[in-house]
Design a protein around this ligand. Structure first.
Ligand SMILES: [Cu+2]
Length: 157
């Protein structure tokens, strides 16, 4: 009999402890979920990529603006100075004609969507086309991230 009541008393003491930890878990679980979902960025890159290819059809001067071809070899760009217009889409076709991997990356400025202006690192005999808009005028260095001696200047007028 005495043993039984002692056990019951112990069980009663456990209940408040379980309630407290239960509430604590519930409240910490709720916050991070919504924050993580909200972070997913908008798919702006997909739209930019599809704007590049079919620029030959008449009537629509908007997408792509002018297309500039830059050829990279081991280890230099064929153009060390290019000029584009501010607030208008520019298309750069970067051709890697070397044997090493190279990219074309504009420093110290982002595009109008706040993204880095860069191609991926691509292997020899491959090409990547990017379209971007820069909202401000200025002169910005570009380079290959692997070979900083491959460089030039992008002027935005
Ligand atoms: Cu390179």
């Amino acid at each position: 009999m005495r043993f039984d009541t002692a056990r019951r008393r112990a069980a009663l003491l456990l209940i408040p402890a379980m309630l407290i930890t239960g509430v604590a878990c519930g409240s910490t679980d709720k916050r991070p979920v919504g924050a993580a979902e909200a972070k997913t960025p908008a798919p702006a890159q997909a739209a930019a990529a599809t704007a590049a290819p079919g620029g030959s059809s008449a009537g629509a001067p908007a997408a792509g603006g002018e297309k500039i071809v830059i050829v990279g070899t081991d280890n230099k760009f064929d153009k060390t100075a290019i000029t584009i217009k501010a607030k208008e889409p520019a298309t750069v076709e970067f051709q890697n004609k070397g044997s090493a991997i190279h990219n074309w990356h504009v420093l110290s400025v982002k595009d109008s969507a706040g993204k880095d202006i860069t191609t991926k690192l691509i292997t020899g005999n491959t090409t990547e086309v990017i379209t971007f808009t820069i909202d401000k005028t200025g002169a910005f260095d570009y380079l290959c991230d692997v070979h900083p001696e491959m460089k030039g200047k992008l002027t935005v007028q």
